[in-house]
Design a protein around this ligand. Sequence first.
Ligand SMILES: Cc1ncc(COP(=O)(O)O)c(C=O)c1O
Length: 452
Amino acid sequence: MNKPHKHQDAASWEPSPNNLEPFWMGFTPNRAFKKRPRLIARAKDMHYYDMSGRAVLDATAGLWCSNAGHCRAPIVEAIQKQAADLDFAPTFQFGHPKVFELASRLATLAPGDLNYAFFCNSGSEAADTALKIALAYQRTKGQASRTRLIGRERGYHGVNFGGISVGGMVGNRKMFGAMIAGVDHLPHTYNRAEQAYTKGEPKWGAHLADELERLVALHDASTIAAVIVEPMAGSTGVLPPPVGYLKRLREICDRHGILLIFDEVITAFGRLGYPFAAERFGVIPDIITFAKGVTSGAVPMGGVMVRQHIYDAFMTGPDHVIELFHGYTYTGHPIAAAAGVATLEVYKNEGLFERARSLEGKWADAAMSLKGNPMIEDIRTLGLVAAIDLVPVAGSPGKRAYDAMEQGFHDHGIMLRITGDTIALSPPLIVKEEQIDEIFADKMPKVLKAIA
Ligand SMILES: Cc1ncc(COP(=O)(O)O)c(C=O)c1O
C-alpha cells in the first residue's frame, strides 16, 4: 500500500509540511495552504494565537460563529461537566434534560410563535432540515403538489444537496451536476450603482421581492412549497436586505400559501443586534434555521425553529406513530446542548445582543472611514458585519482578497474572512471600541497598503 505520508507515533507529531498533507481541507486552496500554513494553536476572548504564541485579532468570530468570544469560562465549564456526566444519549425515542432546556430557551428567544426547535449539527443540515419540513408540511396539509423550492441568486444555505440546490453560489453548484429538481431562484438584491457605501439597509431594491410574483405566475402557486432566503446574505459578500424587501416577500408568500424560511445561520444570536434577524426586520417567517452562534462555535450544533401551525400540522395520527421521519444520531447531542444553554446564558448575562446593537453606529462609521482607499470599490455594513469589496487583480479574480487574508494573518496579526474579492468582517460581540479602531484605523490600512 502506498502511503507517502504515513505517521505512526502520535507523540512525535509535528506540523511539518509532510505531516499536513493527509488532511484534505474544505473551501481552501490546499497546496497554497500547506506551503505556508496558517496554523492556530489556541484562542482566548478576541484573539487567536499561532504556533509561536503570536496574537492574531479575530475580526471574523472564527467563521461567523464565536459570538461570545473564545474559550469563555462558563461555556468551557459546561462542556467539561456535561462530558463527564452524560457523554451521549439518543434523542430518538429517548431524551435528556439539556436538550429540552435548550429548546425552551430558544422558543422564548425566538419572535412570534416560533415555538419549537428541531436540532441537527450544522448550518447545512439545518437548511436541508428546513426544506424537508416545508415539503412534508405541505403534504400533511393536503397540498402534495407543492414540491417546488425557491431560493435566491448569491444565497448560501450550506453544502448539502438541498442547500446547494436552492443556493446561488456558482462555485458551490457547478461541480455537482443537476442537484434536486424543481428549484427556481429569485434575483439577488445587490446593485452597486444604486447602493454603494450604504450603512444598514439600502433604500433601493424592495421591488425585487416582486420577482416572486413572477415566479408564482410562471410555475403556479400550487407547485411551490417554500421560499428560502438569508435575511442578510452573508457568504457571498454581505448583502443587507433593501428596506421593505423582506416584508414584501412575507406578504407575497402569505397571498399564495407559500412557506417563508429565513436562513439565520449567520444572522441569529446577536450578529445584527437581536436574537434573530427576523425580530430586527419585523418579519416572522414560518421556519428559521440557526447554527454557529447557538454554541458560540464551541461544539457543532444547528437547528430550525418552526411556528406553532407547522408543528401542529404534524401532531396528528395515532400517538405511538412517529410524526416526522427525520433526525440525526447527534440531534441534540448532550455536549452541544450544554454548550448551547451556557452560551445563551453568557449572551443574556453580558447583554451581548444589546451590545452589538449599541456598537453598530461606531462600527459602521469606522468601516466607512476606509472609503477613498484606492483598493476599495464598495463598503457595506449591517449590525456587527462589514464587507469591503476590493479592486480585483486583472485576470486573477479572488487574488487580491486572498493576499489580504494571507498577509493579514502572517504580517499584521488579524484574521480576515474572504469571499471572491470581498473581505467580510464580523468580530465576536465582545469586541471593544478600541479593537474596532484597531481593525479599521490600524490593521486594515496596513493590509490594504500591503496588497496595493
Ligand atoms: C446562511 C448559511 N446557511 C448555512 C450555512 C452552512 O453552515 P455549516 O457550514 O455549519 O454547514 C452557512 C455557513 O456559513 C450560512 O452562512
